[in-house]
Design a protein around this ligand. Structure first.
Ligand code: CAA
Ligand code: NAD
Length: 299
């Protein structure tokens, strides 16, 4: 008997592989392991894996301290039980063979992502769902070479993942209803509020946030206001938790540049996609924001 769309059950995710152990991959791994999912984090760089494990531990300690304020034993139990569900690896093939879900969170570069997805598709079971955490690239481009696109979709998390409550779930034109339902259910299982997005540049949040940020960089570059005053103005004038310069340093200036460069190249006539000479200069100097110790501000 054929199941109707409404009756189609979401598949429960028990085993997750996250590829990319940077800011986002670490956070995604943490919230998933915290939701009783077994997680393998893969990175081509062993040092990134070590840094990720340390970062997850310190973030978990903050979460545990808040949850069990006066109970140190409960705090360490939580930290230990979550860390015990996370293993790390530098080998993609071995790490994805038993996964129910693979989430890619590597550098925002189309060729590198396409290459990785080809490798992942060949090494996974036919039932494994594969997802990208891309900030800005079209799923149709990232997944161009996939043989089966019905099991492919987008899971766009926000930084810092343990604190940000939103998850954008993105549908590629060929994503099946069953895959989409499973991605939505996974998002809820890891404690996020999900919104459905189409495969359009920046989905919902970044389509609004990134042009706004570049507008702020322009305001400063024209000499119309200081970075500090722009940040204060947006925090106190609109209630945003961070101003645009503070937030760009938090996201990573390299990531901001990858996003804008990609859009400018793909949509050269869209006036909301513009360049910032200052951002280009900072990235060229290796000033990527908080993660490198300096960006618009020093840390
Ligand atoms: N792990 C665990 N807990 C954390 C944490 C982390 N990484 N970061 C912050 N916290 C907790 C702290 O423990 C603290 O809890 P208590 O108040 O109970 O002690 C609480 O969060 C507040 O932290 P802080 O006092 O250090 O700082 P804050 O009040 O400024 O909050 C923030 C930090 C949550 C990051 C807040 O500033 C914020 O929401 N900033 C905006 C972030 C944002 O807009 N993110 C989206 C970026 S865009 C994106 O991600 C998409 C993309 O594709 C680029
Ligand atoms: P990051 O630079 O912190 O980490 C990327 C990690 O990927 C690095 O550890 C790197 O060693 C690893 N890597 C690169 N190529 C690899 C490969 N071929 N195989 C295995 N590992 C590889 O980056 P990030 O900020 O975590 O961003 C990751 C993805 O998430 C990007 O697509 C980005 O656009 C997206 N994203 C970022 C944010 C943010 O605020 N930074 C928010 C949402 C989504």
């Amino acid at each position: 008997m054929l199941l109707s769309k409404a009756n189609m059950a979401a598949t429960k995710i028990n085993n997750l592989t996250v590829i990319g152990a940077g800011l986002m991959g670490s956070g995604i791994s943490q919230v998933s392991a915290n939701a009783n999912i077994n997680v393998t984090i893969v990175d081509s760089n062993q040092k990134a894996l070590e840094k990720s494990q340390k970062g997850i531990e310190s973030s978990l300690k903050r979460v545990a301290k808040k949850k069990f304020a006066n109970d140190e034993a409960a705090q360490s139990n939580l930290v230990k039980s979550v860390l015990d569900r996370i293993r790390v690896s530098t080998n993609v093939g071995d790490s994805v063979e038993n996964a129910d879900l693979v989430i890619e969170a590597i550098v925002e570069n189309i060729e590198i992502k396409q290459k990785l997805f080809a490798e992942v598709e060949d090494a996974t079971k036919k039932s494994t769902i594969i997802a990208t955490n891309t900030s800005s690239l079209r799923l149709q481009d990232i997944g161009k070479n996939l043989k089966d696109k019905t099991r492919f979709g987008g899971l766009h998390f926000f930084n810092p993942v343990p604190m940000m409550k939103l998850l954008e779930v993105v549908k590629h034109p060929e994503t099946s209803d069953a895959t989409f339902k499973t991605l939505m259910a996974y998002g809820k299982a890891v404690g996020k509020t999900t919104v459905a997005c189409k495969d359009t540049p920046g989905f919902i949040v970044n389509r609004l946030l990134v042009p706004y940020s570049f507008e702020a960089f322009g305001l400063f570059e024209r000499g119309d206001a200081s970075m500090e005053d722009i940040d204060i103005a947006m925090k106190l004038g609109t209630g945003y938790p961070m101003g645009p310069f503070e937030l760009a340093d938090y996201v990573g200036l390299d990531t901001m540049k990858f996003i804008m460069d990609g859009w400018k190249q793909q949509y050269p006539n869209d006036p909301s996609f513009k360049e910032s000479k200052l951002l280009n200069k900072l990235v060229k100097e290796g000033k990527f924001g908080r993660k490198s110790g300096e960006g618009f501000f020093k840390y």
